[in-house]
Write a protein that binds this ligand. Structure first.
Ligand SMILES: Nc1ncnc2c1ncn2[C@@H]1O[C@H](COP(=O)(O)OP(=O)(O)OP(=O)(O)O)[C@@H](O)[C@H]1O
Ligand SMILES: [Mg+2]
Length: 400
């Protein structure tokens, strides 16, 4: 009986132990599964943060109290243009970090406060970078470290500079004809009105300065419309020969007054899907320049042809003064004139080509310039959107 009882007790104990073991195994298996799940989540989080870090445009460099780089991303190297990249574990002094980055990081670690600064990095084009150093605790003991965030401000500062220059140029260009008109009127009032020779001359000055003023205001309004996005493209089928004829017509009196021959060679059947009024303006501005910057007796020729299956090649060639090589890229900038005095004398404000460029770009085309000083210039525009010959029957937009 006692033996039997003992056997039963042992069996119960064994079952109990097995049950506890099984429960333990189940618990461990669950824990294991949980840990695996957590590791997966952590890996995913790490992958996500690495991806964000690698793809973000701002540069990030974490620096600990000892001055070691503990984290960095490719943008940091790219913005600083470093030959010795911010390798994790390297001493910040051994990298090509700008001294201001180091100063801000160490001051931030010492004071525990956010530090900000802006630097200009050497090189061409010069880059402007904002630095923000933010303190953070690296571990539970609260050891301070600094997270340096680098933001490339080059484009923003360039836009601000261009904007300031633009406003300065506009006020200068507006003031010049107004001052000339006022001075001329004052001279007339001061007695010149009694001399018939002077009266004609001065009144003509007032008329030409007023023309310049209204041309400038028109160009400025055009630029403002484009910048604000109001000037949207209204595309329709346009006969290229018609567009060229309209663009050239405005300039012809000036050309014939100066004995400049204007030759137009455009096939009748060319049809372009475009904003007609804008293309007329483009042609007018290019032909106006060609005539303006060509000495008396010279010639200007305008040609257009189908470029390939669907492109238009338009060129305006002159036998004028030409453009110095170094200036070719700059002539499309607002208010840029190669010879300010000459252009002003001819009534120019330096906005014509910047308008041409925006028209070309908005049509998805491109513009090239070839020029030889004293020999002449060729402005070549290519625009996609030439329709097949049979499209010639489509109605030409009436608002051009
Ligand atoms: N065909 C050309 N031949 C020589 N120089 C040119 C020619 N076209 C443009 N330029 C140069 O480029 C500059 C910029 O041209 P743009 O048409 O923008 O201004 P503008 O003719 O001076 O004035 P606007 O066209 O606003 O009346 C001109 O001042 C001139 O120096
Ligand atoms: Mg011009």
């Amino acid at each position: 009986m006692t033996v039997k009882f003992e056997l039963i007790c042992r069996a119960v104990y064994a079952v109990g132990v097995i049950a506890v073991l099984v429960a333990g195994i189940v618990w461990l298996a669950r824990r294991h599964r949980l840990i695996i799940e957590r590791v997966k989540v952590l890996n995913l989080d790490k992958r996500r943060s690495n991806m964000v870090l690698e793809r973000m445009a701002d540069g990030i460099i974490a620096i600990n109290r000892a001055g070691e780089v503990t984290l960095s991303n490719p943008a940091a190297d790219q913005i600083c243009g470093t030959r010795h990249p911010f390798v994790i574990g390297s001493q910040i002094e051994d990298t090509d970090a700008h001294p201001e980055i180091m100063r801000l990081a160490y001051e931030c670690i010492a004071s525990g406060e956010i530090m900000k600064s802006e630097i200009k990095l050497p090189g061409w084009p010069q880059r402007v970078v904002s630095i923000q150093s933010v303190p953070f605790s690296e571990d539970d003991s609260g050891t301070q470290a600094a997270m340096v965030i680098l933001h490339d401000l080059t484009d923003v500062r360039r836009h601000e500079k261009n904007h300031k220059e633009f406003v300065g140029n506009v006020s200068h260009e507006l003031k010049t004809p107004i001052t000339a008109i006022r001075t001329t009127a004052e001279v007339l009032l001061g007695g010149a009105k009694n001399d018939p020779d002077f009266v004609d001359q001065f009144l003509n000055t007032i008329i030409s300065e007023t023309d310049r003023l209204s041309a400038l205001i028109e160009d400025l309004l055009e630029i403002a419309r484009r910048d604000s996005g109001i000037a949207t493209l209204t595309k329709s089928c346009c006969n290229v020969a018609e567009l060229v004829a309209q663009g050239v017509a405005v300039v012809l009196p000036q050309a014939s007054a100066r004995g400049i021959v204007v030759d137009v060679d455009v096939p009748d059947e060319l049809v372009l899907q475009c904003d007609g009024s804008q293309i007329v303006q483009l042609i007018r501005n290019l032909v106006d320049n060609a005539v303006k910057y060509t000495p008396e007796g010279g010639s200007v020729s305008i040609t257009a042809r189908r470029l390939d299956e669907c492109g238009l090649a338009l060129s305006v060639q002159d036998t004028g003064i030409g453009i110095p090589y170094g200036e070719i890229d700059r002539i499309f900038e607002r208010f840029h004139r190669v010879d300010k005095a000459r252009s002003r004398r001819l009534g120019g404000t330096g906005l014509g080509l910047s308008i041409v460029k925006t028209i070309v770009v908005s049509h998805g085309g491109k513009i090239d310039v070839e020029s030889q000083l004293g020999k002449g210039s060729i402005f070549s525009v290519t625009i996609p959107g030439v329709l097949p010959a049979e499209a010639n029957n489509c109605t030409i937009s009436s608002d051009i």
